[in-house]
Design a protein around this ligand. Structure first.
Ligand SMILES: *Cc1c(COP(=O)(O)O)cnc(C)c1O
Length: 378
């Protein structure tokens, strides 16, 4: 059997007619830049995230960059973030001339450890960027408390966490990813739970002034046209992508449910390895959070050998992330060293992402689990 790490073709064939009909409308209208579909998507996503405003941009990376720009963060400012995340979280900070200041992660959730933030705050610190890694919210309660006490902005990197909820309980839903900080950044990269047919992103917020500023910054800061209040960039969400995303949004809850179902099944089927294989760990969910499982990431000390074995048996896997950001060559001037963030470094040696897309069949999943167990029986 062959199991790809990720497969978008099955999903496309299930909605092909709807997508083509919706796109045909765009081709008839020829309104490619900020057409009505972009506004419709912005309203839809703002409502879904529980925010008043949202601004469509060209990618999740640009969402981070524009958020930092809108907050006036720049040269010499410090921004706190985890070293165990996709590059864009730190790259955006560097790109605007600010300094990424890393804080190690929690060993269970792999999200930033809020209790290690305070010691890294200096007079130059301007913001914190928590990342809701793999689809589970970072521990925002204590993080927001520190931010409030120290007067710092909070930009949520919710690129992997559209629809995730922090601390829901029997009586009330939790707070949605993107809704808790000053600004929330979303990505519609094809492998995210809601994926475009190319690049796209969005910023959500309750702050009207910030929303208006970002709206200008995404079109070179011009208002009215050809009169420039700020130096912005060109970063808009394409009408074509918005149209596709509006169609796919109708299925988001269902698809996320399918991911959660597969995550539960992995948990049940892999359970018996926990006591017998030292260091074998399954993803943990904190506080009954609503985890949307953009990725299902296990941890094993012999990660590379297991990955090779699964590859030999036709199973696709991936590693998020193989090198902690403080050790990246491009950040060598920040003078971090191996050993500075031991939990992040260890995670980068142990994590292995298993296939979790909504169309993964029961047989495929059974096969994956069987092969993992076969690896440990040898
Ligand atoms: C995907 C992702 C981004 C960037 O999104 P793009 O749309 O690919 O630019 C940023 N942060 C995290 C954590 C991501 O997973």
């Amino acid at each position: 059997m062959r199991v790809p790490f990720f497969d978008l073709k099955a999903q496309f064939s299930s909605i092909e007619g709807e997508i083509k009909a919706a796109l045909d409308q765009v081709f008839q209208n020829q309104q490619f830049i900020l057409g009505p579909e972009v506004e419709a998507l912005e309203r839809t996503i703002a409502q879904y995230c529980g925010t008043k405003y949202s601004i469509g941009v060209a990618s999740g990376s640009d969402a981070l960059l524009l958020s930092l720009m809108a907050l006036g963060i720049g040269s010499g400012d410090e921004v706190i973030l985890p070293p165990f995340t996709f590059f864009a979280t730190a790259g955006s900070v560097s790109r605007i001339g600010a300094i990424p200041v890393f804080v190690d992660i929690d060993p269970d959730t792999l999200n930033i450890d809020p209790f290690k933030i305070e010691e890294k705050i200096t007079p130059k610190t301007k913001a914190i960027i928590p990342v809701h890694l793999f689809g589970q919210c970072a521990d925002m309660g204590p993080l927001l408390e520190i931010a409030r006490a120290k007067n710092l902005f909070v930009i949520e990197d919710a690129a992997q966490a559209l629809g995730a909820e922090y601390k829901p309980n029997l009586h009330a839903p939790g707070r949605r990813a993107g809704q808790m900080g000053d600004l929330g950044c979303l990505s519609f990269y094809p492998t995210k739970n809601l994926g475009a047919f190319g690049d796209a992103g969005m910023i959500v917020t309750d702050d009207r002034q910030l929303a208006e500023k970002i709206r200008l910054l995404r079109t070179h800061g011009s208002q009215p046209k050809y009169f420039h209040k700020w130096v912005g960039i060109n970063s808009r969400l394409d009408t074509i992508q918005a149209t596709i995303l509006l169609v796919k949004f109708r299925y988001l809850e269902k698809w996320t449910g399918e991911r959660q179902k597969r995550a539960r099944r992995y948990g049940e089927l892999l359970q018996d390895l926990l006591p017998s294989v030292p260091g074998f760990r399954l993803p943990t969910t904190q506080y009954q959070n609503r985890h949307i499982f953009n990725q299902y990431v296990i941890r094993v000390p012999e990660r590379n050998r297991l990955r090779e074995f699964l590859t030999e048996h036709g199973i696709g896997t991936d590693i998020y992330y193989p090198l902690s950001l403080h050790l990246q060559e491009c950040f060598s001037s920040l003078k971090y060293h191996r050993g500075d963030f031991p939990i992040s470094e260890k995670a980068s040696e142990e994590v292995l992402a298993l296939p979790i897309f909504p169309e993964l069949t029961e047989d495929q999943q059974t096969y994956i689990v069987d092969r993992i167990k076969a690896f440990y029986k040898r």
